[in-house]
Ligand binder design. Structure first.
Ligand SMILES: *Cc1c(COP(=O)(O)O)cnc(C)c1O
Length: 363
């Protein structure tokens, strides 16, 4: 089976972990600070805060921006559950705006229709590694005096007009093993703002700047030196990993172009899409329904993923909270998407097998 994701762990990651283990300083050592420093430079921001998951990064970013009870945060329902849950953790209310069906990202015109006097922040998601429309979103935010938190958990290295995802508002990243780079579990907050950095660090570690002096309610969201050591090695490889994903995506799109009922991914002009996922749409013209095609691809040894089969506003927990939204494009694409293997270790032969099989099944 060609897996849908495969983390690349080599001798240098193993060596880096061994070094930390031998040093005896396995929690808070020098690697975390070094990783923060290198990551902030990579993204092009002044500050980065390493944490133990992308979900923690989202929660810290929102809380450091002062989001709380009575506030509304506009986000996408076509995302991983953590995007919206992080808003609930702050006692604020997620408000869902529909997406553009071409890029699967939040539609700025739809954001405009959801703004109320309670709106405090926008939380766009750079889904599958494709940047959301950040220039337009930042203009809306400026005009309406809103904070912007970017869910860049799938978008390490993605860019809009040469600027990194995660450098427009407050950036949040995940280093879960299936992401474009990993630290095992892990996450990062990126910001230009010194105040966000200061408060974010306090929230990460029990509300204290100085050990045993607690100024606010905080958590234990710290990254370990073991994770940071893996991250430092992976960060050096990130551009090569992404380049391979982009090449694989280009090869797949060339091979799948024109198949009836199959729409290949689009890239908005001026954007670097880092293809965390390579996601096609199976439309009404296809010979098979989406779920049937997934089964048949599996029989041919091709692993697939459906991200995400149920939009957040339709999850049982959210319907119990009273969400009854009807989001036209979100609802349509959640029935149409299939992600195909695109990660750096998919071989040319495997890509050819995917293309040939897709041709046989849909042609
Ligand atoms: C992975 C992911 C998260 C959460 O990151 P974790 O490290 O798993 O907590 C949040 N949002 C999106 C879009 C993700 O893909």
């Amino acid at each position: 089976m060609i897996p849908i994701a495969r983390p690349i762990i080599e001798e240098d990651e193993i060596h880096a972990v061994n070094e930390v283990m031998r040093s005896g300083v396995i929690a808070e050592g020098s690697r975390v600070a070094e990783f923060e420093n290198k990551y902030s430079k990579y993204i092009g921001v002044n500050h980065a805060i390493a944490v133990n998951s992308g979900t923690a990064a989202l929660q810290i970013a929102l809380q450091a921006a002062g989001i709380g009870k009575g506030d509304e945060v506009i986000t996408s329902s076509f995302s991983f559950i953590a995007t919206a849950n992080s808003i609930l953790y702050t006692d604020a209310r997620p408000v869902f705006a529909d997406i553009s069906p071409d890029t699967f990202n939040i539609d700025p015109d739809e954001i405009q229709t959801k703004i109320t006097p309670r709106t405090k922040a926008l939380l766009p998601v750079h889904l599958y590694g494709h940047p959301a429309e950040m220039k337009t979103i930042m203009e809306i935010a400026e005009d309406k005096k809103l904070d912007v938190i970017e869910d860049a958990c799938q978008a390490h290295g993605a860019m809009e007009h040469g600027r990194h995802a995660g450098s427009f508002g407050i950036g949040t990243f995940s280093f879960y093993p299936t992401k474009n780079m990993t630290t095992s579990e892990g996450g990062m907050i990126t910001t230009h703002d010194m105040e966000i950095d200061t408060v974010g660090r306090m929230i990460r570690s029990h509300g204290s700047k100085q050990r045993y002096h607690h100024e606010m309610l905080g958590y234990n969201f710290r990254m370990t030196d073991i994770s940071a050591a893996i991250g430092l090695v992976q960060l050096k490889k990130l551009d090569d990993f992404n380049q391979k994903r982009i090449e694989n995506a280009g090869y797949l799109s060339a091979g799948l172009k024109g198949l009836p009922g199959i729409d290949t991914p689009q890239i908005r002009s001026g954007c670097t899409h880092v293809f965390h996922q390579y996601t096609i749409r199976v439309t009404d013209d296809c010979r098979y329904e989406r779920d049937r095609l997934v089964t048949l691809l599996g029989k041919h040894g091709i692993g697939t993923g459906i991200y995400y089969p149920i939009p957040i506003h339709k999850q049982p927990f959210y319907t119990r909270l009273g969400y009854t939204d009807s989001l036209k494009n979100t609802d349509i694409v959640s029935r149409e998407v299939i992600s195909l293997p695109v990660h750096p270790s998919v071989s040319r032969e495997e890509l050819d097998h995917i293309i040939t099989t897709m041709g046989e099944l849909t042609g």
